[in-house]
Write a protein that binds this ligand. Structure first.
Ligand SMILES: C[S@@+](CC[C@H](N)C(=O)[O-])C[C@H]1O[C@@H](n2cnc3c(N)ncnc32)[C@H](O)[C@@H]1O
Length: 241
């Protein structure tokens, strides 16, 4: 694993970890973010207007998708097991679930207004290919939003977050997941979560990647309590002269 992506074998391990934790996913998220995760998701979802055509990449069990109020939402997810969980909470009138990866989005060029990648971009096996696909499917002037666990520059906050992810998250998982489920795991899924957190580099890596891909106005902001960040960028409008 490195800031650009990971091998096929590593990606399979990430997917297995996500599927292992699927039924307990939100309980663990809630514990490890001290209840903040849904507040972050709601704030990010508020950037999509009712008339925007929205694509969420890596929708998993649907915990971000359910906050989107747009009339047309495409939710792309590679795992059928996880998207089956999401069917229980999503409105089929507005949300179209489909199977696939962010590196090869099954949508036409310039067909969406907003792309959201919430806690999923660092799981991509090829992030540059993913960013190329995002800019392809966005309309001119459309926006991408990438949310991930915060990776601040070296300093006290970075140390605190690293300690939290490495040393607090695995025991919190053990609290949230019943022992019968844990006994079926060949590897603690949250070890894989720590691996992807360590490997993703930093928010600066996401910003550089979006800029290299051709996005304008790239910026990052902390979400409440600085536990997560949102990096955004705009697909340039073609000049008319
Ligand atoms: C941590 S979950 C995030 C789920 C949801 N967005 C949320 O806010 O809770 C990451 C999701 O990304 C998906 N994922 C992993 N690799 C992907 C890829 N290459 N393309 C699209 N989604 C991917 C996983 O299957 C998983 O559902």
């Amino acid at each position: 694993m490195d800031p650009e992506g990971m091998s096929d074998g590593e990606w399979r391990q990430v997917m297995d970890a996500m599927e292992d934790v699927g039924p307990y996913y939100e309980r663990v998220n809630w514990l490890m973010t001290f209840g903040m995760v849904d507040r972050w998701r709601k704030r990010v979802a508020s950037f999509a207007g009712p008339d925007d055509v929205v694509l969420e990449i890596g929708s998993g069990p649907g915990n971000f998708t359910k906050h989107l109020r747009s009339k047309t939402v495409f939710a792309l997810e590679p795992s059928s097991e996880l998207s089956d969980i999401s069917k229980e909470i999503l409105d089929p009138e507005r949300v179209t679930l489909f199977k696939g990866v962010g590196e090869k989005i099954p949508l036409a060029d310039s067909s969406v207004d907003k792309v959201f990648c919430v806690f999923s971009f660092r799981d991509f096996f090829d992030r540059k290919a993913g960013a190329d696909e995002m800019i392809r499917v966005l309309r001119d002037g459309g926006e991408v939003f990438i949310v991930d666990m915060a990776k601040p520059p070296p300093g006290p906050l970075a140390k605190m977050l690293e300690f939290h992810v490495k040393h607090m998250v695995p025991p919190l998982t053990r609290l949230a997941v019943p022992s019968v489920a844990r006994e079926r795991w060949s590897r603690d899924p949250y070890r894989t979560f720590v691996d992807t957190y360590e490997a993703y580099g930093s928010t600066k890596v996401y910003e550089d990647l979006l800029e290299r891909t051709g996005f304008d106005d790239v910026s990052t902001e902390y979400l409440e309590l600085k536990g997560a960040t949102m990096t955004r960028g705009k697909k340039p409008r073609k000049s008319t002269c």
